[in-house]
Write a protein that binds this ligand. Structure first.
Ligand code: ADP
Length: 185
């Protein structure tokens, strides 16, 4: 796993560059689409490496909980299958420009709800990608501000969550985040 880049909020948020699927944490968060049946980007990487058990679990969630698909900002949890992470928390990020000005609130909801679900299940360590900043077109600069503010509010609410890793695919994405973050001091 590539080395940690920097940290915030007394080390409870740590930034990494590399592949999210390599992180051995309690749960990694998937930037899924509402079908939950797989896609490109980080979603594709998670299903490839995690194996069929994740897709099976997603199909059951579609059948029993969300027959019309997972709404934007919502979260569900499955096994991590063959991943080093125990669980995958799937969320659907907003498509930039498609939610009538509610994009920022929806992106914040993805992070907030992922932390809440993790805490409710007694999970202590999480790793998340830059939700919506790929195919869904969210500008990385804006996302950095929203994500850092959201985590600054949400992390103090969940004392059981020891570490939240933000995993960027390359150094440039990580640098943009660092330059635009607004973590509480
Ligand atoms: P979305 O549809 O929510 O935009 P994407 O998967 O297209 O989701 O991209 C989300 C972010 O995840 C992008 O910044 C992309 O570069 C990054 N990414 C893609 N694959 C990986 C991976 N294996 N590990 C970490 N980040 C990844």
């Amino acid at each position: 796993m590539p080395p940690e880049v920097t940290q915030y909020l007394d080390g409870r948020v740590r930034l990494y560059v590399g592949d999210l699927t390599e992180h051995a944490v309690d749960a990694i968060v998937n930037a899924a689409n509402s079908s939950l049946l797989g896609g490109g980007g980080v979603d594709g990487a998670i299903h490839r490496r995690g194996g069929a058990a994740i897709l099976d679990a997603c199909r059951k969630i579609r059948q029993h909980e969300w027959p019309d698909g997972l709404p934007t900002g919502e979260v569900v949890m499955t096994t991590g299958g063959l991943l080093p992470a125990r669980y995958v928390i799937h969320t659907v990020g907003p498509i930039y420009g498609r939610h009538a000005g509610k994009e920022a609130a929806l992106l914040a909801a993805c992070y907030r709800n992922a932390l809440e679900l993790a805490a409710r299940n007694g999970l202590r360590t999480l790793a998340l990608p830059g939700i919506s900043t790929g195919v869904y077109g969210y500008p990385a600069e804006e996302a950095a501000t929203i994500v850092s503010r959201t985590l600054s509010e949400a992390i103090p609410l969940h004392p059981g969550i020891a570490e939240v890793r933000l995993v960027f695919f390359n150094r440039q994405q990580c640098d943009v985040f660092v330059g635009n973050q607004q973590f509480a001091a």
